[in-house]
Design a binder for this molecule. Structure first.
Ligand code: SF4
Length: 387
């Protein structure tokens, strides 16, 4: 069964047909401009916490993260764009003013989780995970829409799923769950969800999994249909869109003889794919050797020209040695999220805020890793100038 998320579970429970049209038939959805503001505010709050141990970045940096993520094309009029932009900047600034002074580093932000509930694979992004004590964590989900109250926090399946997911992944107890209402800068917090709520959500998962596996995708019309992009393709509204329901029948399934031919063709193509990948790897290796040896960044043949770009980074493999080096200096947390992060480790080797001897010691633990990006393009003929 496909991996679920809290929002796809919610969709299946609201309308199984809508779930099918989105996840099985993969019908495209209309752009949702109202999500744009929330996305940009989330990006700003992520910038506020990400990689920060000593304190938050300057306000300008956080506002810049908002501006970068804000899409001015998302709104129908310039007036609305400006109003939304001003709302988002005001929310971001208010968050900064409230939290910068007593800044507490986050254990992780925008944490991508993969976990299982009742044998069903789940995925989700947790906006923020805070460390509450030795082995306890707090989960925070930002909300930028309308108001709500504590009852929602007590019964929100998304929070229950994140509680199960983080505990499963990190072996730490969740001590606090919060929905943070950004427009009013109000955290709505409860202690961990108890057994009754956990069992309620487990039941929802079991029921949805059974329905999906059995192909139960009946439409459930209701007020939510007003916002459903799939209405023209929904059997419950077939009368309104007859043109979509008088289509050519789909071609019949292949016969046994056709399937035998398809099996042969598939096998041949897979074998060729294997052979081609092997050859591609060899050719790539030879080209990289050429670029490395000559310092050149393009090679042209009769039909193709391959451009190359080179990236070289530090990679520190020995986490234990690094921990021994950094912990006494109070710097170990700099490379931690909820696990040791290789990008943060790599950045240590050139981090200007660290004493040179620490940088040097990090470099001694590291090796240089070279990655190439090769981009072929067809040769366009005479007069095609070098870049
Ligand atoms: S239009 Fe209504 S009933 Fe049909 S798929 Fe959408 S939400 Fe479900």
């Amino acid at each position: 069964m496909r991996r679920l998320s809290s929002s796809s579970l919610k969709m299946y429970r609201r309308c199984p047909q809508q779930w099918k049209l989105k996840y099985v038939d993969r019908l495209p959805e209309a752009p949702k401009p109202f999500f744009n503001l929330g996305t940009a505010v989330h990006a700003a709050l992520e910038a506020f916490y990400r990689g920060r141990v000593a304190g938050p970045p300057p306000l300008d940096e956080v506002l810049a993260a908002f501006r970068e993520a804000f899409d001015p094309e998302a709104y129908p009029t310039e007036e609305e764009t400006e109003r939304r932009r001003a709302d988002g900047l005001a929310m971001t600034r208010a968050f900064y003013e409230k939290h910068a002074a007593g800044f507490r580093p986050a254990l992780a932000v925008e944490k991508h989780l993969f976990f299982e509930v009742e044998g069903v694979a789940f995925t989700g992004y947790v906006d923020r995970i805070d460390k509450l004590g030795e082995a306890r964590i707090g989960i925070v989900d930002y909300k930028t829409g309308g108001s709500f109250d504590l009852d929602r926090v007590r019964t929100e399946p998304q929070l229950t799923l994140y509680q199960l997911g983080t505990e499963q992944k990190f072996g730490m107890d969740v001590g606090r769950l919060a929905l943070y209402h950004v427009p009013s800068q109000t955290p709505f917090e409860v202690e961990r969800h108890g057994e009754e709520q956990v069992e309620r959500v487990r039941g929802m998962v079991r029921e949805a999994a059974r329905g999906i596996e059995a192909g139960a995708f009946e439409p459930k019309p209701g007020h939510h249909c007003r916002w459903c992009d799939f209405r023209p393709f929904c059997p419950a509204f077939a009368d309104e869109y007859p043109e979509n329901w008088l289509q050519e029948p789909s071609p019949p399934a292949p016969t046994h003889a056709e399937a035998a031919a398809l099996a042969d063709r598939y096998g041949e193509l897979k074998a060729r794919e294997k052979e081609l990948s092997r050859e591609l790897a060899e050719v790539r290796e030879r080209l990289e050797a050429f670029f490395e040896a000559t310092g050149e960044r393009a090679a042209s043949g009769a039909g193709y020209r391959v451009k190359a770009s080179r990236k070289e980074e530090w990679r520190i493999g020995d986490d234990e040695a690094l921990r021994e080096l950094l912990e006494p200096l109070g710097l170990w947390e700099r490379v931690l999220t909820t696990r040791v992060d290789w990008r943060r480790k790599a950045a240590l080797a050139e981090d200007a805020e660290l004493p040179e001897e620490v940088r040097e010691a990090c470099r001694e633990l590291a090796s240089r890793k070279v990655t190439w990006r090769l981009t072929p393009g067809e040769v366009e003929g005479e007069g095609d100038s070098e870049e």
